[in-house]
Design a protein around this ligand. Structure first.
Ligand code: ZN
Length: 342
């Protein structure tokens, strides 16, 4: 089969569109004929190399897959064959106390499909059958592939971890990103008042289209000062952050008393300074979040499939242009997901 692979870590020039053996299906797994695979920033981190993450080479990335079940292992219900599915990229071990309590994303051996295992930037992929989720007939593969990773991340961060409630004010940083564009819609659906911070007038316009009540262009103004002004020196109840040092201090300053900052990434670096006076005096909570448990995944997928939340696809490209697609994502000019089709 054809796949986008890399033999060593580095830039997009390390990616090759190569012919590799089809993956072998284990007893509890399914073989998926990939119809669409969406890129995530995670693909760029994995390609560049993550400290402590040792990969078997060549590695195939790609965490967000939609396709058709082509075959199943001997322990899997055969009625899956021929069904249209997405793969839930959250991989729990299925045996530890967290997995047994339904908290797969807190599994001590937690992994992500396409990061800790071969992924879906290929014509075929294998995944545990427990991670298959059916796609309704009226839902396209490219749209479906745009959903699993970013929607579950946004859902757990805002609803599961920050416990966002109707009537609260929420600030979403970096509105062009896949999680942020999901988060704007989820926050709106939850009844919150949504401020979106982004970098261009075009991205501000798109954020409003998705449901943001107000936008702030961080290149034009200091976003935390602007937010302080717009909220009558009150601040917001929840900040959703994944940028890290470049925005961290502003994100903390933007919080109202009793506010919660939830972070799911560190795009500009791993270390940031926090003003401890603000932390205790304003009684702020700093919360981490990653991926989602199975119940959260199902809850958010059902809202998407019922068209209460909509996938945001920037563009669809052929799989063989995987390197060019990753360059586009790295440049950050897209709004929503870049999807590849084998
Ligand atoms: Zn586990």
């Amino acid at each position: 089969m054809h796949a986008i692979v890399f033999y060593e870590h580095g830039g997009p020039e390390k990616l090759q569109y190569a012919s590799v053996p089809e993956p072998v299906v284990g007893p509890h797994e399914a073989l998926i004929e990939v119809k669409a695979v969406a890129l995530n920033h995670l693909d760029l981190w994995v390609r560049q190399g993550i400290p402590g993450l040792k990969l078997a080479m060549p590695h195939i990335g790609g965490s967000d897959v939609a396709g058709v079940v082509a075959a199943v292992g001997e322990e899997v219900d055969e009625t899956w064959v021929g069904r249209r599915v997405v793969i839930n990229p959250s991989l729990g071990c299925g045996r530890c106390e967290q997995c047994l309590a339904g908290q797969q994303c807190l599994c001590v051996r937690f992994g992500v499909f396409g990061e800790h295992t071969p992924g879906g930037l290929a014509e075929y992929a294998v995944a545990p059958a427990t991670n298959l989720y059916p796609i309704p007939d009226d839902f396209g593969f490219a749209e479906a592939a745009a959903v699993p990773l970013v929607y579950q991340t946004a859902w757990r961060a805002l609803i599961g971890q920050a416990r966002l409630r109707a009537g609260e004010r929420v600030l979403i940083i970096g509105a062009g990103g896949g999680v942020a564009s999901a988060a704007i819609q989820i926050a709106r659906l939850a009844g919150a008042y949504v401020y979106a911070v982004t970098s261009t007038p075009e991205k501000e316009r798109r954020a409003i289209e998705l449901g943001a009540d107000e936008t702030i262009n961080y290149r034009a103004v200091d976003f935390s000062k602007e937010l302080w002004r717009r909220t009558g020196k009150r601040g917001v109840d929840v900040v959703l952050e994944n940028v890290g040092p470049a925005t961290w201090a502003g994100s903390v300053r933007s919080l109202a008393k009793g506010g919660r900052l939830v972070t799911f990434g560190a795009t500009t670096g791993r270390f940031a300074e926090t003003d401890l006076n603000l932390l205790f005096w304003n009684q702020i909570s700093l919360i981490g979040s990653t991926m989602a448990n199975d119940a959260e995944f199902r809850a958010v997928m059902d809202l998407v499939f019922r068209r209460r939340l909509r996938p945001v696809v920037d563009r669809v490209m052929p799989l063989r242009e995987g390197a060019a697609a990753q360059r586009l994502l790295e440049a950050g000019e897209q709004f929503g997901k870049i999807v590849l089709e084998p």
